[in-house]
Design a protein around this ligand. Structure first.
Ligand code: NDP
Length: 421
């Protein structure tokens, strides 16, 4: 028998400010990327500067950027298709089937790093990425628009059960933004899963390395602050790819359709704004004492520990609740048959993984000193994102688990930060 949800074809709820939000965000966010990159490279790097130090239109275009983006997507697609690593199944879909996904992101990272080292060995001027970053942003934005248009059009040929519940309201702008189809694929190639962790996350690491090489060109060696930013963010990306399988149970894969929101986020927003700190350091070098660096490394370590342990605990519990590492934890039953953890990390706050992520975000900005707000963009934006994401997740959990969720909230009253939020 098909589950009930199979009959449900759409949700009437509107997120991200509804049609108005879905119309404004695709214009506003790409402009924000170009603005942030322009300000970051300016001598003052001040978000209060008026008129803003916008880059002249002629400098936004470079055919080399098109070649690099096309080559990059081709390389990552080829690595995605390599028959290495295991194949995992996603969660059960509304038609009762399960899709198969290659778990070879970490292999892609290793091969990409090896290729980068080879390029450096051959004398490729990776520091030139600093000059090219705005044209690269323009290409990445254009690519996310083209991809979202393709996704929107092809979704009209998808069977009803393959559509997402949230992106099928009939309002073209809203549906274009939220994404109509849940798991668009070309043959076995899953477009959403590919974009989620490959071109953007790895692109972020490469751009960071480019900034480090630019610093070497300008000042002879990388600064301590630059090494920390590069090291922390490389750890984050490596962790995401090492634990790639966990992405199969995230909201993005399970719940959200593939539209402009995810395409732009994955292909343009992540690689170009998450590494602003490294770009900032190229133009605005910051002294960092050994003691300061030790404190920041400790903060990143604590954040990473909380982030990794809490994510792993929940993933393990969801995959196999009888595993010895989770059997000692207290749980409560829900009407769906699934149980909720109320002790361990998930008894500390309702989203311990977000807390760890935020501590790391702060550690990534601190090496840039306190003189500018711009390198703190990521931690500010990320706090807003995670508060919003937490509210979306709570809503979905309340709808899924009803009274059991309310009991959980009473047992664990704080959402992200104990005694504060
Ligand atoms: P989460 O990993 O937080 O998963 C939320 C789900 O976990 C809920 O929907 C529920 O699903 C389950 N759950 C919640 N509470 C409990 C409980 N007490 N016991 C058992 N299961 C529970 O989802 P996200 O995808 O938001 O986050 C994953 C990671 O990715 C986080 O570390 C986050 O910080 C990070 N992230 C990073 C981003 C970035 O840009 N850097 C962006 C977004 C996320 P169910 O019950 O159905 O299993």
């Amino acid at each position: 028998m098909k589950p009930n949800k199979y009959k449900q074809s759409h949700s009437t709820e509107r997120e991200f400010g509804g049609a108005l939000g879905a119309t404004c965000i695709p214009v506003f966010l790409p402009l924000t990327v170009l603005y942030l990159l322009s300000v970051c490279r300016s001598p003052a790097a001040s978000v209060l500067q008026w008129p803003p130090p916008l880059t002249p239109a002629a400098q936004l275009w470079d055919p080399l950027a098109v070649v690099l983006v096309a080559g990059w997507i081709t390389l990552q697609s080829f690595l995605y298709l390599l028959p290495v690593g295991k194949v995992s199944e996603g969660l059960v879909l509304r038609d009762g089937s399960r899709l198969k996904y290659p778990i070879n992101g970490f292999h892609s990272l290793c091969i990409t790093v090896a290729l980068l080292l080879l390029c450096l060995g051959l004398g490729m001027p990776l520091g030139y990425l600093f000059e090219l970053v705005l044209p690269l942003a323009v290409c990445a934005i254009a690519l996310s628009y083209l991809l979202s248009m393709y996704l929107y059009i092809r979704s009209f040929w998808a069977p009803k059960y393959a559509l997402s519940l949230g992106g099928n309201t009939g309002n073209p702008l809203y549906d274009f933004f939220m994404g109509r189809e849940l798991n668009p694929r070309i043959g076995d190639f899953d477009l959403k899963y590919f974009c989620e962790l490959r071109p953007g996350l790895l692109g972020w690491v490469v751009i960071n390395l480019g900034m480090l090489m630019k610093e070497v060109e300008l000042r002879g060696s990388p600064s301590l602050a630059m090494l920390l930013v590069n090291g922390f963010q490389l750890l984050y990306v490596t962790d995401a790819l090492w634990n790639e399988e966990a992405v199969l149970t995230t909201m993005d894969i399970v719940h959200d359709g593939f539209g402009f929101m995810l395409a732009f986020g994955d292909l343009a927003w992540v690689p170009l704004t998450y590494g602003l700190q490294a770009m900032f350091l190229v133009v605005h070098p910051q002294p960092l004492s050994t003691l300061g660096a030790a404190g920041i490394i400790l903060l990143n370590g604590i954040g990473y520990y909380i982030f990794r342990r809490s994510n792993s605990q929940k993933n393990q519990f969801r995959r196999d609740p009888t595993h010895k590492s989770v059997t000692h934890l207290e749980t409560i039953a829900t009407a769906t048959g699934k149980r909720l953890l109320v002790s361990g990390w998930w008894g500390f706050v309702r989203h311990p993984n977000y807390l760890g992520d935020l501590l790391m975000a702060l550690a990534w900005s601190l090496p840039c000193g306190m003189s500018h707000i711009l390198p703190y963009f990521y931690v500010i934006y990320f706090t807003i994102l995670l508060i919003h994401r937490e509210a979306r997740d709570e809503k979905q959990c309340r709808a899924k688990y009803g009274l059991a969720w309310d009991t959980y909230c009473k047992r664990v009253p704080y959402r992200i930060i104990p005694y504060i939020y």
